[in-house]
Structures are given as structure tokens and as C-alpha cells.
Design a protein around this ligand. Structure first.
Ligand SMILES: Cc1ncc(COP(=O)(O)O)c(C=O)c1O
Length: 492
């Protein structure tokens, strides 16, 4: 396991990798537990609303043109945006362009981009290798629905990195995980799947279950409820998706015992990245694989977020556990929409022989394959990962220093290019622990960074930063300086 690529730093300055004793010692919290209280003590609890109000005022004053566009958009675009997760408080930010490690809004404000398009912009913006690949392919044709040689190169390189030999392509993370679920069912002839409470796998029916349920919906920790995460999902489909806590091997064993011969497999983010960052405990992922295989069920890793960003071979490479099927999207396309599903010879033989028809007009689209090839072969290089690792260390050290100086009950958790600040005293080991965290601190932090010229992903405690191959020390210094100012403000 590449320990240097992973760090969780507690308020007590304990460094550890995924599955560390520190992570293992955090007991699951019930949803009704009061969480950990205020990260900065009782005075800050009252103070945080003031900070948010002040920072939202500054934010809105800097976003006049965005406001005008938002008003106009509200008549032509549903909700005034192009995806519901672009509806952010206090208002959506409209962008004009990106360059290198920076993005620029329509009001002319410059930001260090640590949002990274929800984790996709590992290449940064306008990377010469990506631009060249797209320009070259655009001149030669952008779509044939016939395979082009770049697809073989991409599959071979993904195979080398993830230890899975056979690949197919799709266009989004949602499509990739949908195909993986279909494939697990097709291979086993079974209908039930297991997913982890708090994991997000896209917006197809089978995985829109217990993504971010409310405290009064979740049920007991040993038997989490199957909660619909969206309207429009039939109850009959939800009933086919069984739910278990992260790091709960016994829970999986129980579900397998209760449903003998009926579970096709399990889909999981091997490092949870839609609940801050939650690391797997020692032996958890390997234990899952063994347990599932012992009952004729399969294991799928959803590496849509962690693939390429956790390390060159994603969380699979970091943890050393190779699943039967892996799903990739986001960063692999260098900013172009593309996804990939990789698998063992055995699993993918069901695609090869037509047992499961994995199809799509734009699958393996030449433009996407050209961008993917450039991303894998020219951008996400060993030198790039070394650089990102140095910047990760700089970010973690700067944030930890401010946490310590101000005595905050907070953690900085990072894996490769991804990281986040978790405003709680104890390391979080599952969704129940995450649920108890007061989100107002993450929102205030987001506003502080934004007004200080750093664009973190919105959605508070859920999301993480992404360091791209084009960030530099000055970018990270701006980020840590903003955090230090926020941490000091929390104490005043
Ligand atoms: C882990 C994970 N899987 C799947 C998806 C869905 O990907 P997409 O938005 O490309 O459909 C996401 C999106 O954020 C994700 O984080």
C-alpha cells in the first residue's frame, strides 16, 4: 500500500493511512447523536452564523454579473442551471473560462481551481497535451460509432494501472456503474445487490438508494433502511438494493446469510468520497472480496472519483485490492466526458460473448478516446504524481498548522490529489459519523475560500478539493492562507 499517498491527520496530529488504527478507533455514531459540537467551542457555535452572513454578503457583491445571468437563466433552464448540483447557496457562480490551475467567473474574478469540476479536472485547464489531442481528432472526425486504434491503447494502459485486463467504454460515471450492476446480475443470474449507505454511484435507479438519507430515515446502524434518494424510483427497484454501513464486514456477512444465493454482488466506493473522505479500515476491502466470492457474488469498485486521482491506479492501486469490476469516469478524459468499465477476463467474457450487451452510440467515441489517451500517456505521468504529492503535503501541513494553532476540533484527510477538512473531533468511519457533522463550518469555509480567490467544490462537507497537474506552490499557499484566516476568525 502506498502509504505516502494517503494521509488522515486528526486534531491530535496522528498521521495514518487507509485502514489505520486511528480510523479503526472511531466508533459509529447514531444519527441522533449530537455529533461533536462546535469545532471551535461554544463561542464559535454562535459566531458561525455571523461569519456566514458576512461572507455571503461579500460573495454576492463580487457576483453581480452571475446574478444577472442566474435571473435570465431561470426562465430558460430548469432551476436556472444545467445540473441540479449547480444550484448553490447563496447563488450559482457562472464561469467564463479556465487556464492552467485557474478559473475565471463572468464578473472577472480569478480563482485557484480546487473544485476541479467535481473531481474531473486533474489535467487542469487548457493542458497542451489535451488541447492537441482534441484539436487533432476534431479535424479527423469526432464520431463514427466504429472503433479507433486509440481505444486499444487506452484499454491497455488502464489494464496496466488497475490490474484488470479487459475494458469497455461509456460516457459518464452513471453509465459505468449502471453497466457494472447489470453485468453483476447478468453473470450471476441474481437480482439483489448490496450498496453502502452514503455512497453515491450516479443517478440510475438501482443505486439511488440511501445516498444521503436524513437522520430520521436511516434506521438502526446494524440494519440500515433502504431509502429512496430521488423521486421517480420505483419501490420495487429500491427493494432490490440492500444497504450496509461502510467498514461493516459483519453487515455484509449478515445480508449474504439472510439472502442465500440471491445477491449478485456489491458496489462500493473503496475510499468513500461523497461523504468527505472516509478511509477503509485494515482488511475491510480484502475481506469483502473474500466474503462475496465465497457466496458466488461479485465485487465492483466505483472509482469514478478515486480513479487516477487517488493515485495512478486509483484506490485499487492504493489499497492493493483488485475487484472483479472497476468503474472509471471523471478525470480519465482530461475534461472530456468519458467512462470506462474494466474487469477480469471471466467477468468481461459475459460482455464479449454477448451474454450482456454493453452498448452505446457514443461508447469509445474517437474524441473521448483521443483525450483519454493523452491524459493517460502524457498528462497523468509519474512525474505529475510526484508533483501532486508534494503539493498535497504542503496543503495538509498548512491546514494542520492552522488547526493546531487555533485548537480546532477538525481533521484534514487526503488521498493523492484529493483532500478535505472534516470539522469534527474524531475520525469518521462511516456515513452515520458523517451525518452528525455540522455542515455550517464547511459552508463558511467554502465562502471564505471563494472570497479569497480559491474555488472549492460547493456542497459543504460532502465534497473534496482536487489538486491538478497544473497547480503550483503559490496556488496551495493561497488556499492554506485562506484557511488560516478562517480558522483564526472561528476563534475570535
Ligand atoms: C463515486 C461516483 N460514482 C458515480 C458518479 C456519477 O458520475 P456522473 O456524474 O459522471 O454520472 C459520481 C459523480 O459524482 C461519483 O462521485
Amino acid at each position: 500500500m502506498a502509504e505516502q499517498a494517503v494521509q488522515t491527520t486528526s486534531s491530535g496530529s496522528t498521521d495514518s493511512g487507509p485502514g489505520s488504527e486511528a480510523a479503526a478507533s472511531a466508533a459509529p455514531r447514531s444519527p441522533s447523536a449530537p455529533g461533536t459540537g462546535s469545532p471551535a467551542g461554544p463561542r464559535a457555535t454562535a459566531h458561525i452564523d455571523e461569519i456566514i452572513a458576512t461572507q455571503e454578503q461579500i460573495f454576492c457583491a463580487r457576483q453581480q454579473e452571475s446574478r444577472r445571468l442566474a435571473e435570465r437563466a431561470s426562465r430558460a433552464l430548469a432551476g436556472g442551471v444545467t445540473s441540479s448540483w449547480q444550484i448553490t447557496r447563496p447563488q450559482p457562480v457562472w464561469l467564463s473560462h479556465g487556464r492552467g490551475s485557474k478559473i475565471f467567473d463572468v464578473d472577472g474574478n480569478e480563482y485557484v481551481d480546487l473544485h476541479g469540476g467535481y473531481g474531473a479536472a486533474l489535467a487542469g485547464h487548457g493542458h497542451p497535451a489535451i488541447v492537441e489531442a482534441i484539436r487533432g481528432q476534431a479535424a479527423l472526425g469526432t464520431h463514427f460509432a466504429q472503433p479507433t486504434p486509440a481505444a486499444i491503447r487506452v484499454a491497455e494502459e488502464l489494464g496496466r494501472r488497475f490490474g484488470l485486463p479487459v475494458w469497455r467504454f461509456a460516457n459518464s460515471g452513471t453509465e459505468a456503474t449502471m453497466d457494472a450492476v447489470h453485468l453483476m446480475r447478468a453473470i450471476t443470474g441474481r437480482d439483489l445487490i448490496i450498496k453502502v449507505e452514503g455512497c453515491y454511484h450516479g443517478h440510475h435507479d438501482s443505486v439511488q438508494v440511501s445516498v444521503c438519507p436524513e437522520a430520521d430515515e436511516v434506521g438502526p446502524a446494524h440494519k440500515p433502511a433502504q431509502v429512496a434518494s430521488s423521486t421517480g424510483i420505483p419501490r420495487a427497484i429500491i427493494d432490490l438494493t440492500l444497504v450496509v454501513g461502510f467498514n461493516d464486514l459483519e453487515g455484509v456477512a449478515r445480508l449474504l446469510d439472510e439472502n442465500p444465493g440471491q445477491i449478485a454482488g456489491m458496489i462500493i466506493e473503496p475510499i468513500m468520497m461523497n461523504a468527505g473522505i472516509i478511509l477503509p479500515e485494515p482488511g475491510y476491502l480484502a475481506g469483502l472480496k473474500e466474503l462475496l466470492h465465497s457466496r458466488g457474488a461479485l465485487l465492483t469498485f466505483d472509482e469514478v472519483k478515486t480513479g487516477l486521482t487517488a493515485g495512478p491506479g486509483g484506490a485499487t492501486g492504493v489499497t492493493g485490492v483488485t475487484p472483479d469490476i472497476v468503474c472509471l469516469a471523471k478525470a480519465i478524459g482530461g475534461g472530456v466526458s468519458v467512462a470506462a468499465v474494466g474487469g477480469t477476463e471471466e467477468a468481461m467474457s459475459h460482455v464479449a460473448d454477448g451474454g450482456y450487451e454493453m452498448v452505446g452510440t457514443f461508447n469509445g467515441n474517437p474524441l473521448a478516446m483521443a483525450a483519454c489517451r493523452a491524459m493517460l500517456c502524457e498528462v497523468a505521468t509519474p512525474a505529475a504524481y510526484e508533483r501532486i504529492e508534494a503539493l498535497r503535503r504542503q496543503a495538509v501541513a498548512g491546514i494542520q498548522e492552522a488547526i493546531d494553532r487555533n485548537g480546532l476540533a477538525a481533521q484534514v484527510v487526503s488521498v493523492g490529489a484529493k483532500g478535505c477538512v472534516v470539522f469534527t473531533a474524531e475520525p469518521v468511519r462511516d456515513f452515520r459519523g458523517f451525518l452528525g457533522i455540522d455542515d455550517s463550518y464547511s459552508h463558511a469555509h467554502w465562502l471564505y475560500q471563494h472570497n479569497g480567490g480559491v474555488f472549492l467544490p460547493p456542497w459543504g462537507k460532502i465534497e473534496q478539493w482536487l489538486i491538478s497537474v497544473q497547480h503550483d506552490e503559490d496556488d496551495i499557499a493561497r488556499f492554506t492562507a485562506n484557511f488560516a484566516a478562517f480558522a483564526a476568525d472561528l476563534r475570535t
